[in-house]
Design a protein. Structure first.
Length: 251
């Protein structure tokens, strides 16, 4: 039937826009981003001028490797097109990040199922029952941790992101421990797992200037791995929300 072949892109686009605008977490993010754009125009020479790029990471960093953007040589129409592309890309990155936060807020607002509630503490005179309850509680915590991390591996969007982050981290480790000249290899995992990887860089920096400088790349790598996993979980939650079926009207 013709209606069965109707493309699903528009419903998914509506869900993406809904996740990016219909919850307080996404709205706060968009408001902070708008304020950072205003600061960028008011104080272009300030260190805060790069805030929109950081707030829309990691997707916004993809524009760094492209040969065109603000300041493209040639002037005139070419520079206007390059700047327009950069603005459109930044808006798209902001929309995706806001939708990711919206998916996280939607998951947090989901009511807990009765089976997930913890059982009442056992009676003092039932030591065997207490041991069984503790074992069940430990298994429930393990299942909860697996359920929390499952969005990072059960969809193609999160798996593809993890593959890119792993390639960037592998290149960094090769450059640091095998190559003679690592250069700026750390920029790739930093961009791929931003913005959380910026915290990993800050934590690893003091070790680089101490007698334990060999610890710095290991701390940074561990922080990048955790950042990639958390980003993948958020992307997985977004993929789940976009894949969810809309309720059909009974007509």
């Amino acid at each position: 039937m013709p209606t069965a072949a109707r493309p699903r892109r528009l419903p998914r686009l509506r869900r993406l826009l809904g996740l990016a605008t219909d919850n307080w977490l996404a709205r706060i993010y968009l408001a902070v981003l708008a304020a950072s754009v205003l600061v960028m125009f008011l104080f272009p020479e300030s260190t805060l001028a790069a805030s929109p790029l950081v707030l829309t990471a990691p997707l916004s960093f993809v524009g760094v490797v492209l040969p065109f953007g603000p300041g493209t040589e040639g002037g005139g129409a070419s520079e206007v097109l390059a700047t327009g592309y950069w603005v459109a890309w930044l808006l798209l990155c902001a929309l995706v990040n806001a939708a990711v936060l919206g998916a996280l807020a939607a998951r947090s607002a989901t009511p807990e199922s009765p089976g997930a509630r913890e059982s009442l503490p056992p009676l003092p005179d039932s030591s065997g029952q207490a041991a069984r309850d503790l074992a069940r509680s430990a298994r429930a915590r393990r299942r909860g941790a697996r359920a929390l991390l499952m969005p990072a591996v059960d969809n193609w969007l999160a798996r593809g992101y993890l593959a890119v982050a792993a390639a960037a981290l592998g290149f960094f480790l090769y450059a640091v421990f095998v190559s003679q000249d690592p250069g700026f290899a750390g920029i790739w995992p930093l961009m791929a797992t931003a913005p959380l990887s910026i915290l990993a860089l800050l934590v690893a920096s003091p070790a680089e200037y101490s007698s334990f400088s060999w610890l710095s790349p290991l701390i940074f790598s561990a922080g990048v791995a955790v950042s990639a996993l958390l980003n993948a979980v958020l992307l997985g939650l977004l993929a789940h929300r976009l894949r969810a079926r809309e309720p059909r009207s009974a007509t």
